[in-house]
Design a protein around this ligand. Structure first.
Ligand SMILES: [Zn+2]
Length: 92
């Protein structure tokens, strides 16, 4: 599996995030809609009044003000256990 990406929703046009955005999701890169949703089902594409900001590698620590989406992290861990495909830590 390629290095997963992470994303968060922005909610305003210029790419900055609003205060209500707290979760950093893990992009699902396989399945029926690869690269279009998180492991928790959150949409990763742009929707009305809400863009998505994509990080091209999983950071060790989420950007300031965000925490990992627990549903995404658990789903990714379960997938890694099922497939034996290790989830590589990002290069330090
Ligand atoms: Zn999520």
């Amino acid at each position: 599996m390629a290095e997963p990406r992470a994303f968060y929703r922005s909610y305003i046009d210029n790419g900055e995030r609003a205060g209500q955005v707290k979760r950093l999701h893990v992009m699902r890169e396989d399945g029926t809609r690869p690269g279009q949703q998180g492991w928790c089902g959150t949409q990763a594409g742009d929707v009305t009044n809400s863009g998505a900001v994509v990080l091209h590698a999983l950071p060790h620590v989420p950007p300031d003000g965000l925490t990992w989406c627990g549903n995404c992290v658990i789903a990714l861990a379960r997938r890694a256990l099922r497939t034996g495909d290790p989830v590589e830590a990002p290069d330090a």
